[in-house]
Design a protein around this ligand. Sequence first.
Ligand SMILES: [Zn+2]
Length: 100
Amino acid sequence: MSGGWAGSNRRAELPPDWYTVIRPYVLARDEHRCRARIDGRVCGRPANQVDHIGDRHDHRPEMLQALCADCHGRKSSRQGNEARWAVRRQRPKERHPGLL
Ligand SMILES: [Zn+2]
């Protein structure tokens, strides 16, 4: 495939109605509450972000979810820094001062 849309820029991968239709729809559907799960529980905090559950080019509403800024940031950083998280998980357990 060559050429593509006239005037399209690669930075804007979101559809033209993302901010006017899709994003408000998803936030309203999820009642502006974060749908991320933390330790098996839904976060539930006020959400102002819409996240792609699967492929980031898949903009179907069922493949989108509302997230709060914290959870969105955490998800993004986890995807980008798997290695760093792995290292952090290997940190040795601290000894309980009272249990010697
Ligand atoms: Zn959240």
